[in-house]
Design a protein. Structure first.
Length: 64
């Protein structure tokens, strides 16, 4: 749960920066948000969650 909340917060910050920087307009941002919202309710959502968890685990295993 902590990782998914962090990812949501990180993606929200990136989205705000892209909109404010002019790289992403409001309309496409709304489409991207709605796409993510509806994707979360499909059968593909567990696969996306597993993929994101594996990326988080991989990053977590990197030693500096």
């Amino acid at each position: 749960m902590a990782i998914s909340l962090s990812v949501v917060l990180l993606l929200a910050i990136v989205l705000v920066v892209l909109i404010r920087g002019g790289s992403l307009k409001g309309g496409p941002a709304v489409v991207a948000i709605l796409f993510g919202f509806f994707l979360a309710s499909t059968d593909m959502a567990p696969s996306v969650n597993r993929f994101m968890d594996s990326i988080a685990d991989t990053i977590n295993q990197i030693n500096f």
